[in-house]
Design a protein around this ligand. Sequence first.
Ligand SMILES: [Zn+2]
Length: 482
Amino acid sequence: MAWESLDIPITVSMQHEVEHIRIREARHLVSLGYRETKSMSPVIVCPGPLRLLPTQPSELLQLEVPTILLDRDPEIPPPPAPFCHMTTLTSGADGKAIPTEKLDPDSLTSASFFPLGSFIKLQVKLVLHLFSGQRREHDFQSEFERFLQASTHKTNVCVLSIDIVLHPQLGDLTNPQAIALWQDLIALGIVIFVLAGPPCETWSAARYLALSGDGPSGPRPLRSQSRLWGLPILKRAEAQSIAIGNALLRATIRMFFAAITAPTTAVIMEHPKRPSWVPMAPSSWLVPELQYIAKQANCFSVDIDQCMFGAPSMKPTTLLCLQVQHLQLLRDIPHRCDKSHVHATVLRGLDSNGLFRTAPAKTYPKGLCSILAKLACSQFDSICDRSPPPPPDLDQFSSSDLARFYVPTDPYLNSAQSYGADFSSLSGQHAFMPPLPNGKAAKAESELVSARQLACTAIEGLSQLPNGMSVVGKHGSSRVHF
Ligand SMILES: [Zn+2]
């Protein structure tokens, strides 16, 4: 035994424990498709028999667990300086702020594929509901439209559900082109309110809770506090859900970044509260970009318990609210559990059907939809009070690509479409639409071009070596012989 040759005395029960860990690790490696003896770090090979080491006094190792990722995510562009390209405000003769310089729509990324300039003239403001899921009674949109009835400018605003089934490219928030368009509409002040609850399954603290009983084990953690964007070794399916979860969170962060440049646009992100009862669990609220947003002067995070809004379980949730003008409406109502009611089954483990129990709790309860809609509606009212908009051009709006994202509550329509996918696995059902330049293809193309350039530079460098000889292959490509 290695233990004996190293002269490290361990008890029989410790040997069993070590053997047990070895078996579990071997099974894990096999489940990833590796040999069971696969080494995950470089091995230093020492020739000869094991050296006998002098017995060391036993020391307790204090493992330090990193608590927060300090580096910024390289896949999200850095945040803009607040109001960097927004209207510059100076004080007018009457003491009121007046615009002196306007953001030029033609200078924006999406101007190459979307008529931003003519859309501004339609006088339609937008409320974006990201990751909206299926339309239903008393959802965010229906509550917003109910509050809107009191407004004199009710035709000047429209709720859009940003969903892949409504547009294969612009509804796909993993598509850089879609992100560019929604960001530009925010920067231009056309979008006045964004509500986003990005998928949280891969962040769930329930993954950190031990399953009760001896039943099948639930989904395992895919992230840690030091690896907020995902653990390095994952099964293929796990890596895919992490990639999608990350892309959609990044899209949400970029909506915040765009809103920082547009002072009248509010953004609310909804995600599970950081689980204080599982201190080691990762949380999206630890992501440096979200912490940066939270530190903005006009950004507030509000912890709520969804049971107070009609949810069957407590579901502690954090709302990160940027530039929400009437946040007091939410703060003034009871939003933390007052323990005056009984909660449904705690969200942990698997239910009797073997399903992960957090799954059914995804839709917002009516009360939460209502208060969020009230915040959005008050935001719109304030904007109208400041500068009453002229009547909108609804005919032109209905023929715009963006009108596709307006979903009326219609049971027949709902049964014919299937919501829920948050990313593209393009079905081709919108094939009749004029093609838009595909952002993903353009990105791949530019990466290919730069890879080719690197290869050419490398060949050139190699051919200049003393024993290198440059030749042209039969297909016209350069080669170097030595
Ligand atoms: Zn409660």
